[in-house]
Design a protein around this ligand. Structure first.
Ligand SMILES: O=C[C@H](O)COP(=O)(O)O
Length: 259
């Protein structure tokens, strides 16, 4: 089973993602960086909608229906998350903190422990998802393999790889297939699910599949935005792109894989 995560910035986009039956809806402000948080008020509005719909993401008039959508929040980098983490509503299932500026595994482990502890105190359901950056040198942080290994050693259930700079160079431009295979092996050996983000393009999904790289989740923003927009991932979500991604990831999950 593969998942699709789509990053949204507001309630209108949240409803678009639900209508498209996206499995994981991730709140993030694309204008402010790779993992920038939205205003916590947006979390609370989304949460109120979920509660009003009876816990499942199901619209009262039955038009928007996605019983399986889960909420996720980007909390920013190490210097940001502390200001907002305690406001994360109980309805959120995942939270992410970026590792930029942390070039030592021990410090990273401390960051995760603190974030995990603060989440657990307020929101027993929320799972911290460690993040690695493919452009780790630019981000000034530990390399992806070390981050995956550390996350596995510490018993995390999921890990995400993304890019810190959103400058057009995606994860697939920055890391070789061999390195993705290594990351996948680390994750598989620890029974840890891994997600792939970083300017992912729909066309790359089949290519990755053909070389044996099978992330448990594809996480996208830029490629589900209006293709004609000059501002890329900072533009508006596009219904046709969302549909194409949902279908593609759905096909990967079906027992008979096509293509
Ligand atoms: O978590 C996923 C990111 O929002 C991916 O964004 P991107 O596809 O624009 O690199």
């Amino acid at each position: 089973m593969r998942d699709l995560l789509v990053s949204v910035r507001d309630i209108a986009e949240f409803e678009q993602a639900i209508a498209a039956k996206v499995q994981i809806i991730d709140f993030k402000e694309p204008n402010h960086g790779a993992l920038a948080a939205v205003d916590p008020l947006v979390w609370h509005r989304a949460s109120a909608i979920v509660v009003a719909w009876g816990g499942a993401l199901m619209h009262p008039i039955g038009k928007l229906r996605s019983k399986h959508s889960l909420l996720s929040a980007a909390l920013g980098e190490s210097e940001d998350y502390g200001k907002i983490i305690d406001q994360l509503p109980q309805t959120f299932r995942f939270a992410k903190v970026g590792p930029s500026g942390i070039d030592c595994p021990k410090r990273l482990a401390r960051l995760w422990r603190d974030a995990h502890h603060r989440l657990a105190c307020r929101n027993a359901a929320a799972e911290l998802v460690p993040v690695a950056y493919a452009d780790h040198q630019l981000a000034g942080c530990v390399a992806p393999e070390r981050i995956f290994q550390l996350a596995a050693e510490l018993g995390f259930k999921r890990c995400l790889i993304d890019t810190f700079e959103k400058n057009g160079a995606g994860s697939l431009d920055l890391l070789s297939f061999d390195r993705f295979v290594r990351l996948q092996r680390i994750a598989e050996a620890a029974n840890m699910k891994w997600s792939l983000a970083g300017s992912m393009r729909l066309e790359s999904v089949d290519l990755l599949n053909s070389v044996g790289i099978h992330p448990d989740c594809f996480a996208v923003r830029g490629d589900v935005c209006d293709p004609d927009s000059k501002i890329g991932r900072r533009g508006k979500l596009n219904a046709a792109r969302l549909k194409a991604w949902v279908e593609k990831v759905g096909l990967l999950s079906s027992p008979i894989q096509l293509g």
